[in-house]
Design a protein around this ligand. Structure first.
Ligand code: ADP
Ligand code: MG
Length: 558
């Protein structure tokens, strides 16, 4: 029988496909399993619309079957199958998606479980196989057909025998070359891992014969290989389950299963959003800071699924930098993917989701802060610095999102307080939110500059991290109260004292001028201070930059 050539520039397209669309070979299995799942969806859909048919869940499955001796990998499904014409049309024309047509022909508007749409996934098989055979029998037909191809030079179709409805795809796996290994695609464990990684939440069982060593009967030392058919995928994604069915332990074990961290999650957020864009998400706030968190090696991002199929390991656009500690995943039916499904075509949908997630994380953190302060302090200890960076970065674009989440050590409370708490306690005559900077709380406590403010009965926030003051300068104020460093030139605490001081400056002009001369280059001015109570002298900053900030700036590399 003669070979039919591929249609539509297919040859060149096929070469291109095989060599460049996918960045990882292993995704061929994801594509074939997705097709199998689509085929079962279609038969299920038919049973819904045809009274003569019934759908028995147990009869529908996908089987993955490696054979090392024959070097074949067979993927079998009990889906709707393909007629001769369909084999020709769908597998003979690249970029022809039978699934897309099926959706429009049957006017399935939210046939959103069907994954296929581009008509290229199938050809991913040629990344790992030099021969692909498809044997298929469609629902309601007595005939079965065999489609076979070695790649870009075409395919053959001939009648064959097959007893059951469905499709069997037999890949002859390539031989290893000097720089590429293909043996792995015949390896039971490796295949299980690939299935788990990409297809764990396919809604039909993906079965495999798994070899396990078991004790021989009647012996307690001799082992034998036992082959057992197992379902590899977990099928129902936890994020599609109802929140009320799930316990904290379920979320915790999912966190561990996914290896989001070695710790326990501090909090989880489970979202099922049904608005302009539909998505489910499970997000975690980790308990501990990853060891590389504040380094360049740390990569933020959430896993992105489209209809239960993994698209991206770490989608950075889904979480803002200031919440880069958040782990988890998003699954949406409404994403428009590009051909390789490694990228999204429009980031509009993604932006919507990201915006929404940003809001949800914030409100979750706020309620943690208000209702479970100890937990929040734990969180803040691990990630508070990132929030402050967030306030400072991008010229303060996110300061409104973050300002309520900030906490600083208070001179009065001797613990971390929020800005809201600080302001709510301010006496009526207090104009500013005062802060003092230093290496440690103990050292700040002893600063002469804090004396006057503390004596007035005002609360002082102690800043011990370099970023603190930069962040606060970016905020400029909180609830219309401006921030003021206790070492700034003019504390504006007592107008009368100030006049008095100015008078004294005049009276002692000669002395101060002499001191300035002696200290020339070291200080800018010498003045009478109204802020000192028990200390004879202190340094204070004049203008926008505080002494501490100056130190940081001077230490920065140019
Ligand atoms: P897509 O899945 O994006 O439509 P593919 O290249 O993966 O594109 O598959 C092309 C078409 O071939 C599918 O749309 C479907 O009509 C058909 N097809 C592929 N695999 C199967 C299968 N296992 N059972 C039935 N039809 C299939
Ligand atoms: Mg497909």
């Amino acid at each position: 029988m003669g070979k039919t050539e591929f249609k539509a520039e297919s040859k060149r397209l096929l070469d291109l496909m095989i060599n460049s669309i996918y960045s990882q070979k292993e995704v061929f299995l994801r594509e074939l399993i997705s097709n199998a799942s689509d085929a079962i969806d279609k038969i299920y859909y038919k049973t819904l619309t045809d009274d003569n048919l019934s759908f028995n869940q147990e009869d529908y499955y996908i089987k993955v079957d490696p054979n090392k001796d024959k070097r074949t990998l067979t993927i079998t499904d009990t889906g709707i199958g393909m007629t001769k014409e369909e084999l020709e049309k769908n597998l003979g024309t690249i970029a022809k998606s039978g699934s897309l047509s099926f959706k429009s022909e049957n006017e399935i508007k939210d046939g959103h479980d069907i994954i296929g749409q581009f008509g290229v996934g199938f050809y991913a098989a040629f990344m790992v196989a030099d021969n692909v055979t498809v044997i298929s029998k469609t629902l309601g037909s007595d005939e079965a057909y065999k489609w076979e191809s070695q790649g870009s030079d075409g395919y053959t179709i001939e009648p064959t025998d097959k007893s059951t409805v469905g499709t069997e795809i037999i890949l002859t796996i390539k031989e290893n070359t000097e720089d590429e290994s293909y043996d792995e695609f015949l390896d039971e464990n490796r295949l299980q891992n690939i299935i788990k990684k990409y297809s764990d939440f396919i809604r039909y069982p993906i079965k495999m014969d798994v070899t396990e060593q078991q004790l021989k009967e009647g012996s307690d030392e001799e082992y034998e290989d036992v082959i057992e058919e197992q379902t590899i995928n977990s099928m129902v994604p936890i994020w599609r389950k109802n929140k009320s069915e799930l316990t904290d332990e379920d979320y915790e074990s999912f966190y561990q299963e996914k290896r989001y961290g070695f710790d326990k999650p501090l909090k989880h957020i489970h979202l099922s959003v049904d608005g302009t864009i539909r998505y489910n998400a499970i997000l975690y706030i980790p308990e501990n800071r990853p060891f590389d968190y504040y380094s360049q090696d740390y990569e933020k991002g959430l896993e992105l699924y489209s209809n239960g199929v993994l698209i991206m390991d770490k989608c950075a656009d889904l979480v803002p930098d200031h919440f880069s500690f958040v782990k988890g995943l998003v699954d949406s039916e409404d994403l428009s993917l590009n051909i390789s499904r490694e990228m999204l075509q429009h980031d509009r949908q993604l932006k919507l989701i990201a915006k929404n997630i940003n809001k949800k994380i914030k409100s979750q953190l706020l309620s943690l802060q208000r209702e479970e302060r100890e937990q929040y302090e734990k969180f803040y200890d691990a990630f508070g610095r990132q929030l402050k960076f967030g306030v400072y970065n991008e010229f303060g674009a996110n300061k409104d999102v973050l300002k309520d989440l900030l906490m600083f050590y208070s001179s009065k409370e001797k613990k971390l307080v929020t800005l809201e708490e600080y302001v709510s306690r301010m006496p009526e005559d207090q104009k500013y939110i005062y802060y003092a900077t230093g290496e440690s709380y103990e050292k700040i406590e002893k600063l002469p500059q804090t004396e006057l403010v503390a004596d007035k009965g005002y609360e002082i926030l102690y800043f011990t991290e370099e970023i603190d003051e930069f962040a606060i300068r970016m905020l400029t104020s909180y609830q219309e109260k401006e921030f003021k460093s206790v070492s700034s030139g003019d504390l504006e605490i007592d107008a009368e004292d100030k006049k008095e001081a100015e008078k004294k400056d005049e009276e002692n002009k000669e002395l101060f001028d002499y001191m300035k001369e002696v200290l020339s280059g070291k200080v800018k001015d010498v003045k009478v201070s109204t802020r000192l109570k028990t200390h004879p002298v202190c340094l204070s900053a004049d203008g926008e930059i505080s002494i501490e900030m100056e130190k940081v700036i001077n230490a920065m590399p140019d």
